[in-house]
Design a protein around this ligand. Sequence first.
Ligand code: SF4
Length: 315
Amino acid sequence: MYDVLLSPLVKLQASNACPTVTATPETVKAAFTKENDVFAEHNVKYIDPMLNFADRKLFAYQMLQAWQPVLGLSEEENDRAVESGFAALTEYETSVRRRARQVLDQLGREDRIGIVMLGRPYHHDPGLNHEILDEFQKLGYPIFSQNTLPLDEDLLERLFGDEVKAGAIRSPLDISDAWKNSYSCSTNHKVWAAKFTARHPNLVALEISSFKCGHDAPIYGVIEGIIEQSGTPYFCFKDLDENKPSGSIKIRIETIDYFLRRYREEVIRKRKAEQDIEAQLGALEAQLRREAGDAELPRVDQESWEREAQGMTAD
Ligand code: SF4
């Protein structure tokens, strides 16, 4: 039973799995042992230890307690197995994040749009997500998972650096500015991925929710607020399990696609405007240097120049 999960985020209250998910193996066991022990009848040993992924020592102890009687493991063998398991997990996540970074950079170079799926882990299952993600992928939108967005320092600095410097957050991986009740791992990751998406010019958010999820409901407004505050498009399919009209899902996907095509034009326009500003700044700096005989001129600070220009427009 997965109790506490691994998370790269910081300043969290906790990182627990949903209690419903944690207790599911016990529910399954109860179903098969209520009247008679079906496992025993079939010579099956049912093992469902409570596991804490965030505390490596405790995790090793929990695994030893569960497997020593079955496999006759020594403590040392158990530790080695645990280390190998965590190494494999890290390697897998690193490879997915690396690929996510490559795709993200490609989107930037090609002025294209990607979609971050904000949902529970089971929403990666095509049976549960009604193949909505496959449909978007067919239309040319790469899909990113909230759990494996890239964590490269340069990227996080670009997206969150100003807020860290201003003291609004302690680290790019801090969500305390947006969500204080950060005890549910999946919810925490959803909030962080929403922040990431809102700050990246080539990403939009697609929130998916099912089963009237008790963890999703309190953050609907939080997620929508984070995304829309930045002017980033936000789409959602809520209570997806209660709706299976594939026709209406298809129409919504086509509508979103149409909207995203218009949004892409906006992204290109903004990027060109930024390039124009940079080119004009460069020309202005060169001209000033020429006029001053390249005397001790301070370099033009683009950010303050833009702020001043915006201030003048507002006036
Ligand atoms: S739908 Fe939500 S409340 Fe239900 S098991 Fe999944 S995460 Fe937990």
